[in-house]
Design a protein around this ligand. Structure first.
Ligand SMILES: [Zn+2]
Length: 378
């Protein structure tokens, strides 16, 4: 890997990592000038007996920074007058532990199913655990304005290397069962800071969504001898109707049963379990195709579209490694220039989606977007 990494510790003990391209000059990183302070103790996990799901309760997050102006942005580089979260005058890509984490800072295991312990003694203690895990912030650029779609290929590649590094390291931490790399973009979907950044959650349990998809992948493998995602990939590549882009190592398509008005899955052609397993050529290819897909999504409307970009990686201790296959899902609730899809009764209460547009139509619109653009011309 060509990306260089420098590690430091912030004034309150949080870890910060600077990722740099090998060909850029070594950056000077200062000591965090802020006074040393105690980190919050962290939140709680509560087990929902009805669904069998853990719910993180992080009341300390209420005080977190909300949509700061550029002059107050905690993700911008530090200046002598204003120290930020990043103690450097400039940087390329930086990752640090979230100051207001939903999970962590403590690490450890939680029971997979506290149901039996609760049946034994109907006590709160059986249904409660510390919010073990770790939450990190991944800052894509020192520029306050912009987005992942604006990154050049080299910078996008550095971000991918940072994700790969974090996936591998966080998977090794005690008690971590799943590493989730994601980006929320747009105030409409609850973004509290506009500076281009993503996040990573390292959970002490397998998330409800992955429980379902992983079990289906394992069953398919058992029945057919083939990984499920490989079959989906062949199906989409053969049909072509929902394909948005195809490169040497990845296919980007609108899934057959798309739930959201805009939904694109980016799937590697080779079976890998996580971003850390992508080889050099695949990472270079992804650094081209991923921003291109985002530019097409942004090209659908005159203003940028809010989205969630979610990396579905295999659980750390998955039941059958030969069944798992990582992919990226980009979804947006935007269904018209000035309309968002809201999750109402069927979706919110039952998890049963009702789509508003056909996948084939969305794919055709995304294919038609011209992405010949100059920076800032969107
Ligand atoms: Zn900023």
């Amino acid at each position: 890997m060509s990306t260089r990494i420098q590690r430091r510790v912030l004034a309150d003990g949080r870890e910060i990592l600077f990722f740099q391209d090998a060909d850029s000059p070594v950056q000077t990183i200062a000591e965090d000038p802020r006074p040393a302070e105690q980190r919050p103790v962290g939140g709680q996990l509560r087990f929902d007996l009805l669904t069998g799901e853990w719910v993180a309760v992080a009341t300390h997050r209420q005080s977190r920074t909300h949509l700061p102006a550029a002059a107050e942005c905690p993700l911008c580089p530090s200046t002598p007058e204003r120290p930020t979260e990043v103690p450097a005058e400039d940087y390329e890509v930086v990752v640090f532990e979230n100051r207001f984490p939903s999970l962590g800072p403590k690490q450890g295991s939680v029971p997979a199913d506290p149901g039996p312990a609760f049946a034994e003694a109907a006590a709160e203690s059986a249904l409660t655990a510390p919010a073990h895990g770790r939450c990190e912030v991944v800052v894509f650029s020192s520029e306050h304005n912009g987005s992942f779609a604006d990154l050049d290929t080299r910078r996008a590649r550095t971000v991918i290397d940072a994700w790969a590094n974090r996936t591998a390291e966080l998977s090794e931490l005690p008690g971590i069962e799943q590493v989730f790399v994601f980006e929320n973009r747009g105030e409409e979907i609850g973004v509290t800071m506009n500076h281009p950044h993503g996040q990573i959650y390292a959970y002490p349990y397998v998330t409800p969504h992955t429980m379902v998809t992983s079990a289906r992948a394992v069953a398919h493998r058992r029945e057919t001898g083939r990984p499920l995602m490989g079959d989906i990939l062949s199906f989409e590549r053969t049909s072509g109707e929902r394909m948005v882009l195809e490169s040497a190592h990845f296919s980007a398509f609108v899934p057959y049963a798309a739930r959201w008005p805009i939904e694109v899955h980016i799937v590697p052609h080779r079976q890998v379990l996580g971003i850390d397993e992508l080889d050099e050529a695949e990472r270079d290819d992804l650094a081209r195709i991923y921003p291109e897909v985002l530019r097409r999504i942004d090209g659908l409307y005159p203003s940028p579209t809010p989205y969630i970009a979610a990396w579905h990686q295999a659980p750390v201790n998955c039941a059958d490694r030969s069944a798992e296959w990582m992919h990226l899902e980009i979804t947006s609730p935007r269904r018209a220039e000035d309309k968002l899809k809201f999750l109402a009764g069927s979706e919110a209460a039952m998890g049963a989606f009702v789509g508003d547009v056909s996948a084939e139509e969305t794919a055709a619109r995304l294919r038609a977007v011209s992405t010949v653009h100059e920076d800032g011309a969107r």
